[in-house]
Design a protein around this ligand. Structure first.
Ligand code: DNO
Length: 343
């Protein structure tokens, strides 16, 4: 496995110099963040990231994310231009040494939580998803924003895109995903860039928008849309794992044995009785997931893709991007290292 860490670029308070000091740290997971979704990333911006990462003694080989334009998900005629741009991004990234691209196919919103700073019993802060809070949220008033979300929507645009999705069935979304993959996977193969879809987080429909990358049946269907190892998964334990029907040890075992997991996001969640959840420390007993056995099956199957510790709590007074502080993610990396070493 290749240990990695997400870095939000030059404005991230968690610097590359700090990330480098985490034991066994290898790869940086980053992106060009300020080019609008759907446009081509300038080569000099990619080169600038690569240089910064390499100057810090780390490897520049994973991107999270190259976001997919909404017109592609909606299957609009304008998708052709955005798909061409996507292919060009893959070519440019492949030439710059990128071997894995993480992306998602969630309509409009990326990952969703209802509160970003819930104070837990030990005084740390965490991201949570409470059902009663969700019921009170109106996605159209734009009050919630998470790192990695496309914040460029204006209120009216959000309304319009919601209206477009109201016409779209799950089957339409599947067909639009198949079309996208059939176009981009051949380019990814040619440039040796493994595509790794991120599951829907949480893995159920919210705000009336469809979500399809949610469980084993749908992951199987996804992989068979284009049956090529360049069409693979980001297996995010916390996203899929907040639905207790998803057995994360089984899924990690099955898809790593098939060679279709290119990227692991490892984090823990505490599932609540009513179906909500709280993000917890990586240490297994702090939440509901069996982290040691997830790592064990990966090692057994010779997993050689990327792993990153995912969201951390805010601890020791740290402030910053919700879920993306240094301290708790570094503890997560260290825990995963230990489990791997002893698996
Ligand atoms: C949340 C992340 C997601 C992920 C995207 C990939 O912290 O795991 O935002 O980056 O869904 O496209």
């Amino acid at each position: 496995m290749k240990m990695s860490f997400r870095w939000y670029g030059f404005s991230d308070p968690v610097t590359l110099e700090k990330i480098r000091q985490i034991p066994n740290m290898r790869s940086i997971v980053t992106a060009v963040y300020d080019v609008p979704v759907g446009e081509v990333w300038p080569e000099e911006r990619i080169a600038e990231l690569k240089k910064a990462v390499e100057d810090a003694g780390l490897v520049f080989d994973v991107i999270e994310s190259v976001p997919v334009h909404e017109d592609i998900k909606l299957g609009k005629p304008t998708r052709e231009r955005y798909i061409e741009n996507y292919k060009e991004n893959i070519r440019r990234l492949g030439k710059a040494g990128i071997r894995c691209v993480c992306y998602n196919f969630m309509p409009v919103f990326d990952w969703t939580r209802t509160q970003l700073d819930k104070v837990l019993a030990d005084g740390s802060n965490a991201l949570v998803y409470y059902k009663e809070q969700l019921e009170k949220m109106d996605p159209l008033n734009g009050e919630l924003s998470l790192p990695g979300w496309d914040a460029s929507y204006k209120k009216d645009e959000l309304k319009a895109v919601f209206a477009e999705y109201s016409e779209l069935t799950d089957e339409d979304l599947w067909e639009n995903l198949r079309y996208f993959l059939s176009e981009v996977i051949p380019v990814a193969e040619e440039y040796d860039v493994k595509m790794a879809i991120h599951p829907d987080d949480p893995p159920w429909p919210i705000f009336g928008l469809p979500r399809i990358i949610t469980d084993e049946k749908n992951l199987d269907r996804f992989l068979s849309l284009v049956d090529n190892k360049y069409n693979g998964l980001t297996l995010c334990t916390g996203s899929l794992g907040c639905d207790p029907k998803n057995d994360m040890v089984h899924l990690a075992d099955k898809y790593s044995a098939m060679g279709r997991i290119h990227f692991m996001h490892i984090r823990n969640v505490k599932i609540l009785e009513d179906g909500g959840f709280e993000e917890s420390a990586h240490y297994s007993e702090c939440g509901s997931l069996d982290i040691p056995n997830i790592v064990k099956v990966l090692k057994k199957n010779g997993f050689d893709g990327y792993i990153r510790p995912d969201h951390g709590r805010m601890i020791w007074g740290e402030t910053g991007k919700p879920g993306y502080g240094l301290f708790d993610r570094a503890l997560g990396a260290t825990y995963i290292n230990g489990l791997w070493q002893n698996a």
